[in-house]
Design a protein around this ligand. Structure first.
Ligand SMILES: Cc1cc2nc3c(=O)[nH]c(=O)nc-3n(C[C@H](O)[C@H](O)[C@H](O)COP(=O)(O)OP(=O)(O)OC[C@H]3O[C@@H](n4cnc5c(N)ncnc54)[C@H](O)[C@@H]3O)c2cc1C
Length: 161
């Protein structure tokens, strides 16, 4: 479960996306002035599809550590959704043991922004039945082979990405 947050509209002060890796917090500002931000997923598996207060506190702590000036901005709304976390934080773009069944999943935090590249690689796989050069590591059997991807260099464990 991941939660996203939107504040009341304020004058422009962020013109890109700011991410805070020492904690976990990311923030941008919408055209209407609202601050759009988020942080960590729940510390446990859940299909609840709703927010919870401990994560709100944790995300806001991250925001205050990075940018104390946002502390008095009022929150307008937040929502939660299920995230399809893979065990190593990277996606799976591959065929499956069932002939004709292909998989494009496990996108974790990044499934929206990855859509163009994900679609290109998936189309390549469907058309040629071989992985796109960019996606050769995203095989389903990497978990069985012990070839998990450690993109952050922090250890390929679900609680670290
Ligand atoms: C609050 C929140 C904020 C996010 N913000 C961002 C962001 O800013 N940028 C970004 O890049 N990504 C973001 N993401 C992540 C992004 O939403 C996911 O990575 C992306 O949606 C994954 O796409 P998908 O199609 O692989 O899976 P999903 O979008 O999860 O789609 C899976 C679909 O399968 C359906 N399904 C499940 N089980 C079955 C079944 N048995 N039979 C039939 N259908 C089934 C589900 O109903 C669902 O429609 C965010 C996620 C959340 C929750």
């Amino acid at each position: 479960m991941l939660q996203a947050f939107v504040s009341e509209g304020i004058k422009p002060f962020i013109d890109g996306v700011v991410t805070f890796g020492a904690g976990h917090f990311y923030i941008s500002q919408s055209d209407k002035g609202g601050l759009v931000f988020g942080g960590d997923i729940d510390g446990y598996n859940s299909y609840a599809q709703r927010g919870n207060l401990p994560v709100i506190e944790d995300v806001c702590e991250g925001g205050m550590a990075l940018m104390p000036r946002i502390g008095r901005v009022r929150l307008l709304r937040h929502w939660g959704g299920i995230m399809d976390m893979s065990m190593d934080g990277s996606p799976i773009i591959d065929h499956t043991p069932v002939q004709g069944l292909y998989l494009n999943a496990g996108w974790c935090y990044g499934g929206f922004k990855a859509t163009p590249a994900s679609g290109l690689c998936f189309a390549h796989l469907l058309a040629r039945d071989e992985p796109h050069p960019v996606a050769t590591a995203y095989r389903l059997d990497r978990f069985a082979r012990g070839a998990v991807i450690d993109e952050k260099g922090m250890g390929a464990q679900p609680n670290l990405h």
